[in-house]
Design a protein around this ligand. Structure first.
Ligand code: TMP
Length: 203
């Protein structure tokens, strides 16, 4: 049976995850892989509606996490797992580490609770590789165009906790994470990403 490859991209607003996801997809395709590029929140019809709710409506931190997790359960079971089973490369613009960083470190929810719930919701899936695009929150937020959504509109202290959280998550799992400084030209970010991918996937 062919084995798929699950790559998640993480980082703050404005770090360039979406552009990188598409460039990496091209890189994998040039090497003969079938690739699915997807994102959270919003990678399924349920997720699209959950996304609108999440980004617009004030709510409790617990509710917020559970809605992101509902999106993740649907997305993981309907999109990610089937693609991996078919031997595809899945590139997800955000996955579970976003919740650990934003709702855990940012909002102060229990990481132990979140991890247990995530395991149940996703069936224990873990990315083969997670690229963390690391960036000062000031720089990322300045890159956001148009009106800020509900999460982007949080204060700088929140975004700093999210960044520190991401770095702590990466330090705790150096095998799975590659940390890439994102405050430099996109070509260098792409080259660093490819280097990390080559180590895990080959190519
Ligand atoms: P996006 O801007 O990358 O599409 O993500 C939407 C927002 O949702 C972004 O501010 C990060 C936030 N988010 C969380 O707070 N927790 C999560 O689990 C996910 C997936 C995203």
């Amino acid at each position: 049976m062919k084995k798929g490859f699950f790559l998640s991209l993480e980082g703050p607003e404005g770090a360039g995850k979406t552009t990188l996801a598409h460039r990496l997809a091209g890189w994998f395709r040039e090497r003969g892989a079938e690739v699915v590029v997807t994102r959270e929140p919003g990678g399924t019809p349920v997720g699209q509606r959950v996304r609108e709710l999440l980004l617009s409506t004030p709510m409790e931190a617990e509710t917020e996490f559970l809605l992101y997790l509902a999106d993740r359960a649907e997305h993981t079971r309907r999109v990610i797992r089937p693609a991996l089973l078919a031997g595809r490369v899945v590139i997800s613009d955000r996955w579970a580490d976003s919740s650990f960083a934003y709702q855990g470190y940012g909002r102060g929810l229990s990481l132990a609770w979140m991890r247990a719930a995530t395991e149940g919701a996703t069936g224990g899936l873990v990315p083969d590789l997670t690229l963390l695009l690391d960036l000062e929150p000031e720089v990322g937020l300045a890159r956001v165009r148009g009106e800020r959504d509900r999460l982007e509109a949080e204060d700088l202290a929140f975004h700093q906790r999210v960044r520190e959280g991401y770095l702590a998550l990466a330090a705790a799992e150096p095998e799975r994470f590659a940390v890439i400084p994102a405050n430099r030209d996109p070509e260098r970010v792409f080259r660093s990403a490819v280097k990390a991918v080559k180590r895990r996937w080959g190519g």
